[in-house]
Design a protein around this ligand. Structure first.
Ligand code: PEP
Ligand code: MN
Length: 357
């Protein structure tokens, strides 16, 4: 189905959708499909959700009489999708995407997931110790960079493949799936060989070749919002991954460039309004990274609480047992004991949120 949508989208055809009523019968659905095919020559892709069936329509929208379609028996509404990100649009597929990685569920109404670990894998001992301590604190997924994006060529660049090997073994030992950044196209296969989720860093959000190559790996992909990107751009570049046939995309808000004097206090400005906006716009899960978003250890607790209160599907937090000795991002890394406090309070906030739903 996806391939067909991609071909149409690429050829410039437009997308429309018909949402059937929750109680629509099989005959109603078949009648509508027959009608749009015969009357307007449209292609139809049927998405059967738990409660409602959505018909994705692709073809020449100028011929379509939407008012007429809306009046067909069993139809709730019919409309055109005009946004540049159609394949990830909630208006095209309304059901939340839930991504399952080694038993950890990300997205939908599931409790938030906690992704934790060091900025960079520094040694076998370091990642094993952090894996043990974050798993005891309640983390679900282990993070660690092996190919680090660094401003200076003189800074620690990461351990490369050896680091990934340590990360994979530590994840296995403590029962956590793993995530690590793919910095360049030339590393896609190596990273995919070791980790469960591939990460596209903020600097690479605009790198369409990298996103497409990484998406082809048939593994979940976490894409970080670039610090200068609008939400529309963020979703449009994520659409590129989905257009490769990979719907297991996790979005990550990690702060945007602060305006004026904001810079004096935080590394970036965490845009928490992006969370409810993105949840309205797309069915993909959205997690928040307060570590890079603020650059400050003392802000991780309040901003984590705020992110979960805003409805985030998870958090990505940098953790180290000795942040002051860390080879990168020491000022924003918290201790495993601080992580436990954050996870405990965030689970309570999630429960409060679910009582409102
Ligand atoms: C990271 O998560 O390791 C990282 C470098 O973050 P960002 O791409 O958001 O700067
Ligand atoms: Mn970092």
């Amino acid at each position: 189905m996806w391939l067909r949508i991609i071909l149409f989208v690429c050829s410039g055809a437009l997308a429309m959708a018909i949402v059937m009523k929750p109680g629509a019968s099989e005959e109603d659905i078949e009648r509508v499909i027959k009608f749009v095919k015969e009357r307007y020559g449209l292609r139809v892709d049927v998405s059967r959700g738990e409660f409602q069936t959505i018909l994705g329509l692709i073809g020449d929208e100028d011929k379509v009489d939407f008012d007429r379609l809306s009046l067909l028996p069993g139809v709730e509404k019919a409309y055109r999708i005009t946004s540049p990100y159609r394949l990830v649009a909630r208006s095209f597929f309304p059901e939340d995407r839930v991504i399952e990685v080694k038993g950890v569920k990300i997205g939908g109404k599931n409790r938030p997931v906690f992704i934790a670990g060091p900025c960079a894998i520094e040694s076998r001992e370091q990642i094993f110790r952090i894996a043990k301590e974050v798993s005891e604190a309640g983390a679900d997924i282990l993070r660690g960079g092996a190919f680090k994006p660094r401003t200076s060529v003189h800074s620690f660049q990461g351990l490369g493949e050896e680091g990934l090997e340590f990360l994979a073994k530590a994840g296995e030992e403590y029962g956590m799936p793993t995530i690590s950044e793919v910095r360049s196209e030339k590393h896609v296969e190596i990273v995919a060989k070791y980790v469960d989720i591939l990460q596209i860093g903020a600097r690479n959000m605009y790198n369409q070749d990298l996103i497409e190559e990484a998406a082809k790996q048939k593994k979940p992909l976490l894409i970080k919002r670039n610090f200068g990107a609008s939400i529309e751009e963020f979703l449009s570049f994520s659409e590129r991954a989905v257009a490769q046939g990979n719907k297991d995309i996790i979005l990550c808000e990690r702060g945007i460039i602060p305006i004026g004097r904001g810079r004096q206090f935080t590394r970036y400005s965490l845009d928490l309004s992006a969370v409810p906006v993105i949840k309205k716009e797309t069915y993909l899960p959205i997690v928040v990274d307060p570590s890079h978003g603020t650059g400050r250890r003392d802000l991780i607790y309040p901003m984590s609480k705020a992110a979960i209160a805003a409805g985030a599907h998870g958090l990505m937090i940098e953790v180290h047992y000795n942040p002051n000795e860390a080879l990168s991002d020491g000022p924003q890394m918290i201790l495993p004991s601080d992580l436990k406090k954050i996870i405990d309070v965030c689970k309570k906030i999630y429960l409060l949120n679910s009582m409102e739903d």
